[in-house]
Design a protein around this ligand. Sequence first.
Ligand code: ADP
Length: 312
Amino acid sequence: MSDNPIEIVNLRKEYGKFTAVNDLNLTIKKNSFTGLLGPNGAGKSTTLKILTHLINATSGEAYLNGIDVTKDPKGALTNVGTVIETPEFYPYLTPKETFRYVGELIGMNREQISAETQEILEKVKMTDWQDKRLGTFSKGMRQRIALGQALLNDPNIIILDEPTSGLDPRGMAEIREVLKNLRNDSKNLTIVMSSHILPEVQDLCDRIAFINHGTLLMDDDISVFESVEGARSIIAKVDGVPTDEVIKQIDSLDYVIAASRQGNDIAITIGADVGLRSRLFKDIADLNISCYELAEENALEDNYLNLIKERT
Ligand code: ADP
């Protein structure tokens, strides 16, 4: 079994004739903070709800720490903390009492719970509020308590569904701050967070899994996406199959950042300068390559905005 904390294999969820998750395959790397990014309706929540056993998949597998949640949910979720939708807590309990209640539900003893409570209260910045009743808290504060209970029992995986959704700007900033600290301070913690907000994912995550219509479109380190910002991806359609030599020649042009074979086409990344596209066209012709089209691909942000537009 692989070392990856989460492996999603051909996961599918159908609601009648509608397919919300469409044979999704996704691997989450150990100790990464992965943003599951996509517009509303992309299938993010459905995927995370299957992962956390709130709903059943139609087919496929989803492994947490090597255990398939569709077959052994209890075993798979043993070391996993989750926040899916802001949980309802008892309004008359304090944060400390809430952690004790949740801790006991998941089988921790009182000593363990007390030992972890102070540390978690600090992590979620709720120490000053530990003896106040939750009924008086803002939504952002309740969301931080939700994050706190997800950290009980020292999980190695945290799964969060749109953790800043419905919060005011201050509440959003506070949750992001807590998540950043978690990311920076935790040695053995993999975090997966869904979001439809690109800047939020860019701010917090080191990997992006970009999904729409229940399918994975891209999955890579955020640095890979950021490095193409300001650059343009071009697909050169050429006669016949491009040879290694042709790709090498294009790659060695001084303004070409990268060139590779993509099926029968050549994927080329160039700088953002306006004149470079026509220069590329001319240089390809000079190399005696019969290119009949240079199609421009959208950068990540354009792609993302287009996808959102499609849905609204
Ligand atoms: P996201 O979290 O990316 O916004 P969801 O996973 O919530 O997307 O939803 C994906 C799609 O599945 C949406 O089109 C949604 O309307 C549909 N869907 C979600 N839950 C149900 C349900 N219980 N019954 C029917 N359709 C559903």
